[in-house]
Design a protein around this ligand. Structure first.
Ligand code: PHE
Length: 450
C-alpha cells in the first residue's frame, strides 16, 4: 500500500512522466504544427486519457490485484476476461524491453557529455553511438539493474521512496533548464513555432499521433494503472487523485516543449542542422541525440557541460520512474498468480525481459517494429477492452460504488452522470478509431471511397 495520497500521486505521475513527455511530446509538436498538436493532444487527454485512467485505477483498487488477477476476480475466474490482463502483462513487458534500450542511451549520453568535457574524444565517440550493439547492451543492463533494484524494494520502500525523491528533482531540473534556454537569443523562434498554432496541419495523421501520444504518455492500456491503483487506500478519492496525475503529466509535457523547441532553434541559429534535405525536421532520434549535444558543445565550456549532463540526467530519471512501473506489472502478476517472493519475481522477470533488450541492442531497427505492435496496436486494444469490460460487463454503477468509499458525495456529482457515458461510448469509440487507424483500416476505407 502507498503510505499516502501524495505517495500514490507521485508514483503514478512518475509512471506517466517519461521519455514520452520529454522526448516524444516536444518532437511530435515540432513536426505537427506546434500548438495545433498541443490542442488536439489536450482534447485526447480529457476525452480519452482521464476517463480511461479512472477506469484502470478503480479496477485495481476494487480487486487489490495485478491486471490478470483483477479481471479474474471481477468475472468469477472466467479465463476469457483474464486475457485482457494477460495482454497488458505482455505489452508492458515488451514495451519495457525496448524502453530499456532507449533509457540506456540517456545514461550513456551522460557519460558522453562528461568525456567531451574532459577532452576524451575517443571515449566520447565510443559511448555516444546509438548504433553500437555492445554499448547499447551494457547500458541496458545497467538500466534494468537499477529498475530491478527499486522493484525488489517493494511498493513503499522501493517505488514510493524512489519516486518521491526523483519527481521533485525532475521538476526542478526542468525549470532550471527552461530558465536558461528562454533567455538565449533566438529562443523566440522556437517559442513561436511551439505556441502559435498552424491549424492547416490538423489531419487524420495528427489526430492519430496525438491520441497515441496521450495514451502512451498516460501509461494506459497495459494495466500499469490497475497495478498502481491496487495499492491505493479505500479512503482516497479516485477521480481527484487521477486529475492530479493527469495534470502533472500534461504540465511536464508542456514544460518540456518550452525547453526542447527553443533549444532546437537556438541550435539552428548556432549553425546546427535541424532540417533534412527535403525541408523535413530531422528524425526524432537525431533531434535529441545529435542536435542537442551539438548545441551543448557549441555553447562549450562549463555551461555547455553542465547543460548537457543535466539534460541527459533529466531524461534518465524520467525514464527510470517509468521503467519501474512497467516492470511492476509482470512482477505483481508473478507474485500474485504464481506465488513467487517479490525479490525472486523481480530478478527473474527483469532478467527475462533483459534478454529481449539485449537482442534489440544489437539491432535497434527492431524498436520500430515493437512500437508498431505494442504501442500502436497493443495499447489501444488493451484500453478499448478495459473500457468495454468496465462499461458492459462489470458495469459503471459498480465502479461508482467503489469510488464512493473515498468520495462520499459522488452520487450527487456531475461526475457520476458524465463519466459512465464516456466509458461506455465516447472513450472506446475514440480508441477504436485509433486502433483501426493503426491496423490500416482507415486508409483502406479512404481508398475505397475516393
Ligand atoms: N508513460 C511513459 C512515458 O511517457 C511510458 C509508459 C507507457 C509507462 C506505458 C508505463 C506504461 O514515457
Amino acid at each position: 500500500m502507498w503510505s499516502s495520497k501524495l505517495g500514490f500521486i507521485l508514483a503514478a505521475s512518475g509512471s506517466a512522466v517519461g521519455l514520452g513527455n520529454i522526448w516524444g511530446f516536444p518532437t511530435q509538436v515540432a513536426s505537427h504544427g506546434g500548438a495545433a498538436f498541443l490542442l488536439v493532444y489536450l482534447v485526447c487527454v480529457v476525452v480519452v486519457g482521464f476517463p480511461a485512467m479512472i477506469a484502470e485505477i478503480t479496477i485495481g483498487r476494487r480487486t487489490n490485484r495485478n491486471p490478470v488477477g483483477a479481471f479474474k476476480a471481477l468475472s468469477d475466474n472466467q479465463f476469457k476476461y483474464s486475457l485482457i490482463g494477460i495482454l497488458g502483462v505482455i505489452c508492458a513487458s515488451m514495451i519495457l524491453a525496448f524502453y530499456t534500450v532507449v533509457a540506456g542511451w540517456t545514461v550513456s549520453y551522460v557519460f558522453a557529455e562528461l568525456f567531451h568535457f574532459l577532452g576524451l574524444a575517443h571515449w566520447e565517440h565510443y559511448v555516444a553511438n546509438t548504433q553500437h550493439g555492445f554499448i547499447n547492451a551494457l547500458f541496458s543492463i545497467i538500466f534494468m539493474g537499477a529498475t530491478v533494484l527499486i522493484i525488489v524494494g517493494g511498493v513503499t520502500d522501493g517505488i514510493e521512496r524512489a519516486t518521491k525523491f526523483m519527481m521533485p528533482l525532475l521538476f526542478m531540473i526542468l525549470l532550471g533548464l527552461i530558465g536558461y534556454v528562454l533567455f538565449q537569443p533566438s529562443a523566440g523562434i522556437g517559442l513561436k513555432k511551439y505556441l502559435i498554432p498552424d491549424f492547416s496541419k490538423i489531419n487524420v495523421s495528427l489526430i492519430f499521433s496525438a491520441m497515441g501520444q496521450a495514451f502512451f504518455s498516460l501509461s494506459l492500456g497495459v494495466g500499469g494503472m490497475i497495478t498502481y491503483g491496487s495499492y491505493l487506500s479505500k479512503n482516497e478519492n479516485i477521480p481527484e487523485a487521477t486529475a492530479y496525475v493527469v495534470l502533472i503529466n500534461t504540465l511536464i509535457a508542456f514544460l518540456a516543449g518550452l525547453l526542447i523547441l527553443p533549444a532546437m532553434y537556438i541550435a539552428q541559429a548556432q549553425g546546427v542542422t535541424i532540417f533534412g534535405p527535403n525541408g523535413q525536421l530531422l528524425e526524432r532520434i537525431s533531434l535529441i541525440f545529435k542536435v542537442l549535444p551539438q548545441l551543448f558543445h557549441q555553447l562549450g565550456g562549463v555551461t555547455g557541460f553542465i547543460l548537457g549532463i543535466v539534460f541527459f540526467f533529466l531524461l534518465s530519471i524520467a525514464a527510470l520512474t517509468s521503467t519501474i512501473s512497467l516492470l511492476e506489472v509482470p512482477v505483481s502478476y508473478a507474485i500474485d498468480e504464481h506465488h513467487l517472493p517479490r525479490k525472486k519475481a523481480a530478478i527473474l522477470v527483469g532478467m527475462g525481459i533483459l534478454v529481449i533488450s539485449l537482442i534489440i541492442s544489437f539491432d535497434i531497427s527492431l524498436i520500430g517494429l515493437f512500437v508498431k505492435i505494442f504501442n500502436n496496436i497493443g495499447l489501444p486494444l488493451g484500453g478499448f477492452l478495459i473500457c468495454m469490460f468496465l462499461g458492459y460487463y462489470w458495469k459503471t454503477k459498480n465502479a461508482i460504488t467503489e469510488m464512493e468509499a473515498g468520495y462520499p458525495g459522488i452520487r450527487q456529482s456531475v461526475f457520476s452522470k458524465v463519466w459512465p457515458f464516456f466509458i461506455k461510448v465516447i472513450t472506446p469509440l475514440a480508441i477504436l478509431y485509433n486502433l483501426l487507424n493503426a491496423l490500416g483500416f482507415i486508409s483502406y476505407l479512404k481508398n475505397i471511397f475516393t
